[in-house]
Write a protein that binds this ligand. Structure first.
Ligand SMILES: [Zn+2]
Length: 200
């Protein structure tokens, strides 16, 4: 499976996915200008600190990611809106992305509890279908915990539930990332050749 990347804004599958995630909204590219001291994966606190220092407001919404030929995902995210009303992502992104595809969503009213990501398979692979099911299950499971201290609030049995889910997720992740010959059948079990599927 290819690397997770910012998809093209005019990709029909992206437009459809955005419509499912936040029907009243439209996605746009948002520039990533990392703020000093901003912490990876801590967008809400990063933006809050920025507002306290420089004004502006927070926009909640979703970052859209593409794993080519495999799946689309939407991760809950906060960006900073400056005094000229321009959205800027001040949180460092994995792989140093310079812009993200961002879908504002004003129906997200609280970030106290973890908000599950949303996923859409782009393939008929049964392995990817299981992957999406497990990611959804884990997102739902984690959504009963507060954003700030997930691990601290987990009982021993909840930690075990999370571990079982994560282990299978990691296992499938490794399997569908596995490289094979270009003309071999794809490890994701889509019944397509590797070069036309996850190896494209
Ligand atoms: Zn594949």
């Amino acid at each position: 499976m290819g690397k997770e990347t910012t998809p093209k804004i005019d990709d029909v599958r992206v437009i459809e996915f955005c419509r499912e995630v936040a029907p009243a909204s439209r996605c746009s590219y948002v520039q990533v200008i990392t703020e000093n001291n901003a912490i990876h994966r801590d967008c809400f606190n990063n933006v809050s600190k920025k507002i306290a220092a420089d004004g502006g407001t927070m926009q909640l919404g979703w970052t859209i990611w593409l794993r080519p030929n495999v799946l689309l995902s939407a991760d809950c995210h906060a960006v900073w809106v400056n005094n000229e009303n321009v959205m800027i992502d001040i949180t460092p992104q994995p792989d140093g992305e310079e812009r993200i595809l961002f879908l504002p969503d004003n129906t997200i009213d609280s970030i106290e509890f973890r908000i599950p990501s949303k996923y859409k398979a782009l393939t008929k692979s049964p392995l990817v279908a299981e992957f999406v099911e497990l990611l959804d299950a884990r997102g739902k499971f984690l959504s009963k915990f507060k954003t700030s201290d997930v691990m601290l609030n987990m009982s021993e049995s909840e930690k075990m539930t999370d571990l079982v889910l994560s282990m299978r997720i990691d296992e499938i992740n490794v399997e569908i990332k596995r490289k094979v010959g270009r003309n071999a059948s794809c490890p994701c079990l889509s019944e397509m050749k590797y070069k036309k599927c996850c190896g494209a």
